[in-house]
Design a protein around this ligand. Structure first.
Ligand code: SF4
Length: 545
């Protein structure tokens, strides 16, 4: 029996026995199936989100937990009952007749640990949020008593956690042979063991390839040719030329600051248009470079560009939230606690050897989930450059703290500064003997790759003097679809000059489907970028669905 038909059977069985509640009925969404089953025949991402369907799947993912939550009339009793339930679940992992795959058992134990921690009172006290209270009210159908809106992302997290607790994470579903018990190859020796192992690995490998096809990169011929057409349209729209297109200043001059160019050039949903218009009215930073606009699919039905759009088109909830908090924005959205880690203006320090220097407070375009959206006022803000006096004071502070030798120059995006402004800072930092690494945090390889002119490369290479001091670029590709020939050219210039280029990925719903991030990491390596680290969202929900 193939894996697929086995999954279909399970699915049919599940549909035949829904949890008995008059409120719950089966509602199908393509995203659900895309995320939670091994269905890989859909080669494009789909994001038709149905909140009720997710909720239903949540309760179906672990009927025991649902019963506990639904039938307990007191929150503390529900907490006790869940602790008892989790203790039993953990003991069952160690019972003799438990034939779960050894890795699945490990997942069960980890999920139980995480779930215990989430519902622990100390966690609730520290985070000032009770996930248990939310789940309890949802299960008891008391949504009007919820303290805050519960997102689909929250529900999805718990679907996975609930499944994990009972050994149904499905992580090891790809191959029936390794789903349960000890894989056959461990019972064999020598060439026989290797042959059986190879068969299983071939199977897994071809499954990964199928997933990869869902996430094309911008290097693929078909995508390159669509984008060539997009580019021509955009150049015509802004009355430019191919020469202009290659000039980063032209892109900065024509940054899209309202919805109209998008309406004219690509298909937008009404929600997207309204959110942009509301952002404009409420002075919420918004901007897209013409180059980045060329990465968007002209028609919504193509759908590969979901991560690109969500990067810059603010969702309605985000605009509403920022509008509500105009007055206290600087505090409310300082998720990184930068107010409490800044010993002098423009410096943030959280580590013994590393400090952040922020001389420039705007960017070529605005990322929706930017962790600095509390201080970035608008795209290409003319007054974004800090005063010479405060830059000098920040640089002097570094002289007084010689243990700090790794400086991350960021902002905003320092590569949007003029060459001369950037060079002044690099020269000053390089004159400090204790500074051994200057990292420049910039999204320009992704949103403005033509920024890496010969002149800029001359400046960067002048101060890149290994082993005394290195200049490294820290950038932010979010999805394979952002990886283009132009981005590769920019990265290759840096690599050929001996500089490292690192990526920091933000882990969002847009890049977290099965193997989506794996694909990104592989594509990044192919153009010379080292996938460095992954940010978790820390309470920010701008790209939640
Ligand atoms: S480029 Fe960086 S600093 Fe600028 S908006 Fe995006 S995340 Fe924020």
């Amino acid at each position: 029996m193939s894996d697929k038909s086995s999954a279909e059977k399970t699915e049919k069985k599940r549909r035949r026995s829904p949890i008995s509640s008059p409120k719950l009925k089966w509602v199908s969404t393509r995203l659900l199936d895309d995320v939670f089953t091994d269905e890989v025949s859909l080669f494009k991402p789909h994001f038709d989100v149905d909140y009720e369907a997710y909720l239903q799947r949540l309760w179906e993912s672990n009927p025991d937990i649902y019963e506990i939550l639904k039938n307990t009339d007191d929150l503390e009793k529900a907490r006790d009952a869940l602790y008892t339930y989790l203790e039993k679940a953990e003991r069952s992992v160690f019972s003799l007749d438990n034939d779960l795959h050894i890795l699945e058992k490990s997942t069960v134990r980890e999920c139980i640990r995480v779930f215990r921690s989430i519902i622990g009172p100390i966690n609730e006290f520290r985070t000032e949020f009770s996930a248990l209270d939310s789940l309890w009210k949802l299960a008891r159908n008391k949504r009007d008593e919820l303290d805050s809106k519960i997102s689909v992302g929250f529900v999805m997290e718990f679907i996975n956690l609930f499944r994990g607790v009972i050994g149904k994470s499905n992580i090891y579903l790809e191959n029936v042979q390794i789903k349960k018990g000890i894989p056959d190859f461990l019972k064999l020796k020598g060439r026989d063991a290797s042959t059986v192992r190879t068969e299983i690995l071939d199977d897994l490998g071809s499954s990964v390839q199928k997933y990869f096809k869902k996430y094309p990169s911008g290097l693929e011929d078909e995508v390159v040719s669509w984008r060539l057409q997009n580019r021509k349209k955009i150049i015509r729209y802004f009355k430019g030329s191919q020469e202009d297109w290659n000039d980063y200043k032209w892109h900065l001059k024509n940054v899209v600051k309202d919805a109209q160019p998008l309406v004219d050039l690509i298909e937008l949903t009404n929600d997207q248009r309204e959110a942009i218009e509301k952002a404009r009215k409420n002075k919420i930073a918004f901007g897209i470079t013409p180059y980045y606009l060329s990465l968007m699919d002209t028609r919504l039905s193509i759908g590969y560009d979901h991560a690109v759009r969500m990067q810059v088109i603010p969702p309605k909830e985000y605009v509403d939230k920022l509008s509500e908090h105009q007055a206290d924005r600087k505090i409310t959205f300082d998720f990184m606690g930068e107010h409490d880690t800044s010993p002098v203006d423009l410096i943030t320090r959280r580590y013994p050897q590393i400090a952040i220097l922020k001389p420039f407070n705007t960017c070529a375009q605005i990322c929706v989930y930017c962790q600095r959206n509390w201080e970035i006022e608008r795209v290409l803000e003319p007054k974004a450059l800090a005063s010479q006096k405060s830059v000098d004071a920040a640089l002097e502070w570094l002289d007084e703290h010689k243990s700090v030798g790794d400086i991350l120059v960021t902002g905003g995006d320092p590569m949007v500064m003029k060459d001369s402004q950037l060079e002044r800072i690099l020269a000053n930092l390089s004159a400090k003997n204790h500074v051994y690494r200057i990292r420049i945090g910039t999204r320009t390889p992704v949103v403005l790759p033509m920024r890496f002119t010969d002149r800029l490369m001359d400046i960067l290479t002048r101060y890149h003097e290994p082993p005394k001091r290195e200049i490294a670029i820290v950038t932010h590709f979010e999805h394979s679809y952002e990886i283009t020939p132009e981005a590769m050219e920019a990265v290759q210039k840096l690599r050929k000059a001996g500089m490292s280029v690192y990526n920091q990925q933000v882990y969002t719903v847009e890049n977290s489907r099965r193997f989506e991030t794996v694909k990104l990491r592989r594509d990044l390596k192919s153009i010379g970028v080292d996938p460095y680290y992954t940010f978790n969202m820390k309470g920010k929900e701008e790209t939640s669905r």
